[in-house]
Design a binder for this molecule. Sequence first.
Ligand SMILES: Cc1ncc(COP(=O)(O)O)c(C=O)c1O
Length: 361
Amino acid sequence: MARFNFNPGPAALPKSVLETAQKEFTNYDSTHMSVLELSHRSKSYEDIHFEAVKRLRSLLDIPEQYEVLFLQGGASQQFAMVPMNFLNSEQSASYIVSGSWSEKALKEAKSIGQAEIYASTKDTNYTKIPDVHSIQNINEKTAYVHLTSNNTIYGTQWRDFPETDTTPLIADMSSDILSRRFDVRSFSLFYAGAQKNLGPSGVTVVVADRQFLEKSRKDIPTIFSYQTHVEKHSLYHTPPTFSIYMLNLVLKWVEEQGGIDAIESLNKQKAEKLYDAIDHSNNFYKGHAEVASRSAMNVTFTLENKELEELFLQEAEEAGFSGLKGHRSVGGLRASLYNAVPLEAVNALCSFMDDFRHRHQ
Ligand SMILES: Cc1ncc(COP(=O)(O)O)c(C=O)c1O
């Protein structure tokens, strides 16, 4: 039986990537060693490491003046590293709060310095993205503005990022990086845990403008300083070598699919198909997010009651669909449609939903 993986992260990886990793597992590139066994100072590993940087630069069109880092600690560590590096005692940081992950990012900033909410949609139970289009003339003591590009738990996503004047803009892009085209130059820094669109867990990608990095604080522990990792090209200490190897394979796969534009167009198709099934269900399935804020990555919806949702999950599991349970803080159902989820899986899910509705409405 086919298994369709809609996990929110760690999530589906391209089958061909898994097969390549399997084939190379015990003998990488005629080394007669696994990538897991290579020294991070060896040429074989360094080739993987720098190829991944090059591929990411090319796919996201990252300008030369930006650094690309591969760090550990997940996106959650970035919640702390950003204020540790960029918030001093004379400044404050502004957070656009659009869900639980932004709340967590704000909490970390508050533990380090002064941080405040610039805008929030908490009062709507995060059914939409805050109405912020332009951030101008913000207090000159504002160190940066932080946003979450895609809210994995609530299923909302920024369409167009706000314009800022001189205020640095920082984004957590964990759950939609590499899913669509955006202008890297709009951001002073963005970061993403790899375990949704980029590869397995264990590596976190950080992309930052060099000029912005120069402003970072020097009085913090070495390991948390971005400059440490810039100077050593993310090889200051042992990097998560196998995760970076997998990341490189995933990036190669994205290239083979036709790059970001092809991926974006397929992602749109997948999301439209599923939202269409929700919208044409006679209110049997109810979308959590407001239409204008809907995410193409995480589709969140509910049914009439908890019992029906439980039954849906049970039948779905039996029919070969995994990972459809909504996050415990929201409940309901969620289908994550990251890059590696094929259109075929979405078509199958829509047919299942249609069938389930006819049997239970
Ligand atoms: C948007 C977003 N930010 C941050 C995180 C936390 O990432 P990590 O587990 O890598 O710390 C997640 C995890 O799902 C996420 O979806």
